[in-house]
Design a protein around this ligand. Structure first.
Ligand code: NAP
Length: 308
């Protein structure tokens, strides 16, 4: 009898919003070796700005799956920190893909709707032409392209407006500001779908399961399946809202009396330009994996219920 393969998963950045959740959601899929920038008792150290370190860890561990939840996500700071943003978001994903291909692993990688300029009427599809407005968007687009060019089995999940119970995000910022101030001014003319980091991690794990199921005894079978569905997917909660609408719903669920006023993007200038329209069509993800994320505010309700 063939021993079932215990898969090894290299999870890069178990400390970020999505990475933290993946650490739990991916457990049933195999043995997880997680990395963070600093390392620790249960985590290895990996700095994605160091390509040699990427090669070394992948060659040492020889994982079946590499899941990259790390990114340079400081969107405004990236405008002044171009080289580092490019190293982490553009170069490193390509190196990861090369190394994954070399050891017969599949790569899961995340990207952003900031690859688009937001000028489209209606939601963006995977095949829409990107035109990033910021260094962050350009670096993430270059990362997508690097992964695609290598040709390893890969899933790239483009998502938007990520929040969760930990990390730096809009939900936690609104809750903090609402405790400090009687009213808040929040941008009301940018539209998108907020995404709970937990839902993104769950959807990632379940999408992988749809391809790994039944292919256990031979990794080459699983890899072949993953190769056949390789590509770019928009992964997002259903529905859309403005940042102001998102803030109002957060404070409603938090039973806060803080008032939220809508303002325009022009009234709140930031270093990096954001797309006005961040909406993503997720039909391809639903069709290929048979999965749908719930409406953004259903997920928000669940996330906030857990935080209470
Ligand atoms: N956040 C959003 O709104 C959003 C929207 C669309 C798409 N995405 C994409 O979704 C994915 C996950 O994002 P997230 O929200 O979970 O991001 P996050 O919370 O900012 O986490 C990113 C992680 O990457 C780590 N990191 C930064 N530089 C690194 C380096 N040189 N080497 C190794 N690790 C490094 C960070 O570590 P430290 O914390 O120690 O710096 C952090 O743990 C990313 O690909 C991101 O581009 C995010």
């Amino acid at each position: 009898m063939v021993e079932p393969l215990r898969r090894r998963i290299l999870l890069i950045s178990a400390d970020g919003q999505v990475g933290w959740e993946l650490q739990r959601c991916l457990q049933p899929l195999g043995e997880i070796v997680a990395t963070t920038l600093e390392g620790g008792a249960t985590q290895r150290t990996l700095n994605l700005a160091d390509p040699d370190a990427i090669c070394a860890i992948v060659r040492e561990l020889r994982p079946q799956l590499v899941v990259n939840a790390a990114a340079y996500t400081a969107v405004d700071q990236a405008e002044d920190d171009v080289d580092l943003a490019m190293a982490i978001n553009a170069v490193a994903p390509g190196v990861l893909a090369e190394e994954a291909k070399r050891c017969g692993a599949a790569l899961v990688h995340y990207s952003t709707e900031y690859v688009f300029d937001g000028g489209k009427i209606g939601a963006y599809r995977e095949e829409d032409v990107p035109n990033p407005l910021s260094v962050y968007g350009r670096s993430k687009l270059a990362g997508e392209q690097a992964v695609q060019q290598v040709g390893a089995a890969h899933l790239i999940f483009r998502t938007s407006w990520v929040y969760g119970a930990r990390g730096k995000n809009f939900l936690l910022t609104m809750l903090r500001l609402a405790r400090e101030r009687p009213e808040l001014n929040v941008i009301d003319d940018q539209t998108g779908a907020p995404n709970w980091s937990r839902m993104l991690a769950e959807a990632t794990a379940q999408a992988l399961v749809t391809q790994l199921r039944g292919a256990d005894e031979k990794w080459s079978n699983a890899l072949e399946r993953l190769q056949s569905v390789s590509g770019l997917y928009h992964l997002s909660a259903a529905g859309a809202v403005s940042w102001c609408g998102f803030a109002r719903r957060i404070l409603e669920f938090a039973e806060s009396s803080c008032r939220v006023n809508g303002i325009t993007t022009a009234q709140y200038p930031l270093r990096a330009t954001r797309p006005m329209n961040s909406r993503l069509v997720t039909e391809k993800f639903s069709r290929i994996f048979g999965l749908d994320l719930p409406a953004w505010d259903e997920a928000l309700k669940l996330c906030m219920a857990e935080m209470k």
